[in-house]
Design a protein around this ligand. Sequence first.
Ligand SMILES: [Zn+2]
Length: 149
Amino acid sequence: MSNISGSSSCSTNVRERGRIVGVPKRCWCGETIVAKTSKSDHNPNRRYLRCVYAAGNKLMNDNHVFKWVDDALLDEVETMKEFISETMKEKKMQMELQMELEKKMVMEVEKEIFERIEDVKDEFKSRMNRMIIVLVFGCMIMIGLVKLI
Ligand SMILES: [Zn+2]
């Protein structure tokens, strides 16, 4: 009993010390990682990843890479989930930015159109004023001419 709890706390310690997110590709010592099957009473037939050097020398309680395969895969899934949600968030932000830009562009175009309309109105008004003045003058001259005759 004490042997089982001892080995379990040992593997937990190692896991905490050599904590690697996802599937480890290489140990810190430079060795590659090998997949092994646990033969312990506590985790029978559970697959784990181990530093080749540590596995070859049957090291115990060391800080070379040790990771349960299911944990590693769970990490990978979590990382993937995070990546997907990050990407989605980014996409959403991009879309919002795009929409904001489009809205701004539409507003600017509207403003420009409005300003042009105002310009045209002003020009039209000043032309009308000139025409009215010319007309009034023309009428006065005509009346004067008529009176002269
Ligand atoms: Zn190692």
